[in-house]
Design a protein around this ligand. Structure first.
Ligand code: SF4
Length: 440
């Protein structure tokens, strides 16, 4: 029996696609190794979101080749899409597979593994032509992955072309999984026992706009709310302009949507937002967060920030800092600006010095810790419904649970609770902000 290993870099969409490829290979009788051990076939699913991610992708390929000199090496993902020439230069890469071919990768790989080709140059499967009609390509079966909560990719690509972002060049324009198919996959996941499904995509809020007849993310979630085939739906990330009152209402009591919104802000300065080509102002963002907070006072609100965008002055950074500080935000993801070749921002003048970016990021990460601890405190004494994860923390032996508003609470090990929703209170919070809870 042939064995394979998949290494994934980057976002949840990549993780979903790696799991999809792995399930297809398993269905063909191959065995998945969870560690980088010598195997017959290695797939590296790369990331291009920052130049560091691209470099780490190439390092991962080289490391895997060293460990697996005899294996077939297949490279796919965004970095393979945007920097094909860099990947081609790596010796011993057998095949490079573009995004569009990912769902058929298992068929192609098994055919190639059975052929005795002696050609040493990497074979590149078809590259996509983004100017042509883009189609949403899904795996035949629901992708289960090996976590307690399942991801469901309902959308791919993006039409926004924010000036710093390489993703639209890698993944093409926005395409949505047809509704019928979404529900087929959702049912499959529900029947396999998943209680929570995370809707994911590159620009998830654009869901349905390309379909005929057109629909929307709110319509989709409303229908899921009526059917209630799973207990919880979570949206992995949503743009501020796409958070309607209808969507917020669907996260209220008795509804299926988690009261957790992960929103890319990027900058709290209006001039920088314009230079980024982000379609909102800082006051619009503020009003959106307050609208969520008013209806759902305990909602988890996570925010992405990009620090040190070209020409960002100290005062402009302060605008971002102050905006976040005053709003009821529960956690931050802090990204130092990374100039991506092929994007407009790569050519922008007045790059911010790396020491300045580092110092601003450190201040922002300190603010993140303050925000997290304030949110934890706000939830003290509240009864929280939490989903118990299947894996346990090796050191403590505790089980990890995730609340609807995205707190992680550890619970004393009890195997019968794995995969179940439980009501709990958190009792302790240690200096690393680990929460320990008990069932109520
Ligand atoms: S909305 Fe902007 S940042 Fe997000 S994927 Fe599209 S172009 Fe990139």
């Amino acid at each position: 029996m042939k064995k394979f290993y998949v290494e994934t870099l980057g976002c949840k969409v990549n993780q979903y696609e790696s799991d999809g490829i792995a399930s297809c290979l398993e269905a063909k009788g191959l065995i998945r190794e969870q560690k980088n051990l010598p195997v017959d076939l290695c797939i590296i699913n790369t990331c291009a979101v920052t130049s560091k991610a691209g470099m780490q992708s190439r390092q991962a390929i080289r490391k895997i080749i060293r460990k697996n000199p005899e294996a077939k090496i297949i490279v796919t993902g965004c970095h393979a899409q945007t920097d094909l020439d860099l990947i081609k230069k790596i010796e011993k890469v057998d095949h490079i597979v573009c995004h569009k071919e990912k769902t058929q990768i298992a068929d192609q790989i098994t055919a190639l593994m059975n052929s005795q080709t002696t050609d040493q140059s990497p074979f590149v499967f078809q590259q996509p032509d983004h100017s042509k009609n883009n189609l949403f390509l899904s795996f035949d079966k629901p992708v289960k992955g090996n976590m307690t909560r399942a991801y469901l990719k309902i959308q791919d690509g993006c039409n926004s072309f924010c000036t710093y972002c390489i993703v639209p060049y890698a993944r093409g324009s926005s395409v949505s999984m047809p509704e019928q198919e979404v529900f087929k996959h959702l049912d499959g996941l529900a029947q396999s026992g998943f209680r929570e499904v995370i809707l994911t995509g590159i620009h998830t809020g654009m869901y349905g706009l390309d379909l005929n007849p057109g629909t929307s993310l709110v319509n989709l979630v409303e229908r899921m709310d009526r059917l209630k085939s799973v207990d919880r739906i979570r949206i992995s990330s949503i743009e501020p302009t796409e958070i309607s009152d209808g969507l917020i209402d669907l996260a209220g009591d008795g509804h299926i949507l988690c009261d957790h919104f992960h929103i890319p802000l990027q900058s709290g300065d209006d001039d920088i937002l314009k230079k980024m080509k982000r379609p909102y102002s800082s006051s619009f963002f503020e009003e959106t967060v307050l609208r969520i907070h008013e209806k759902l006072p305990f909602a988890g609100i996570g925010v992405d920030t990009i620090i040190g965008f070209p020409s960002e002055t100290e005062a402009q950074f302060e605008n971002t800092f102050r905006l976040i500080k005053k709003l009821p935000i529960s956690y931050l993801h802090v990204f130092p600006f990374s100039a991506r070749k092929g994007t407009p921002a790569y050519h922008f003048q007045d790059k911010v010095a790396s020491e300045v970016i580092k110092e601003r990021c450190a201040r922002m990460r300190k603010l993140d810790r303050e925000k997290r601890s304030a949110f934890i405190l706000a939830n003290r004494g509240r009864r929280l419904q939490s989903l118990v994860q299947n894996t346990e923390d090796r050191q403590s032996g505790f089980l990890k649970t995730i609340t609807s508003n995205y707190l992680t609470v550890m619970l004393k090990k009890n195997d019968s609770l794995k995969g179940k929703l439980v009501d709990l209170l958190y009792e302790q919070c240690d200096s690393d902000m680990n929460l320990i809870g008990k069932q109520t």
